[in-house]
Design a protein around this ligand. Sequence first.
Ligand SMILES: [Fe+2]
Length: 130
Amino acid sequence: MGFDQYHEPPEELSAETRTFARMCASLTEEAEAIGWYEQRLAIEPDAEARAIMSDAQGEEFKHFAMDLEFLLRRTPRWRQICAGVLFKDGDIVEHGEVAEAASEDGGSDGDSTGAADGSLGIGSLKGEER
Ligand SMILES: [Fe+2]
């Protein structure tokens, strides 16, 4: 049994932090599996095999989503930033920068599409080096 998900001595970590680390490792594994199925599907010529692989990849999408939701429920800032980035049209990087800045400002509306002052917060990012 591997303990690679820990970067600090596990005995010094709380049970909550160990669970969080396990779920982060699980999220990574689900993403890897999604990528592996994508590669297999790209080259598999047999339609029946492809159907099974596609079904299996769907399972991995579900697993990834459940892991992510678990982690976001336990990590308000991460959730806030995701709320500002996910399922939105437009510039992904811009949404990310705005959401991150809003989270640093202690934004609390759970949807970091806007800055604390109600603006989009874009102006505050112009000229900033990160
Ligand atoms: Fe899975």
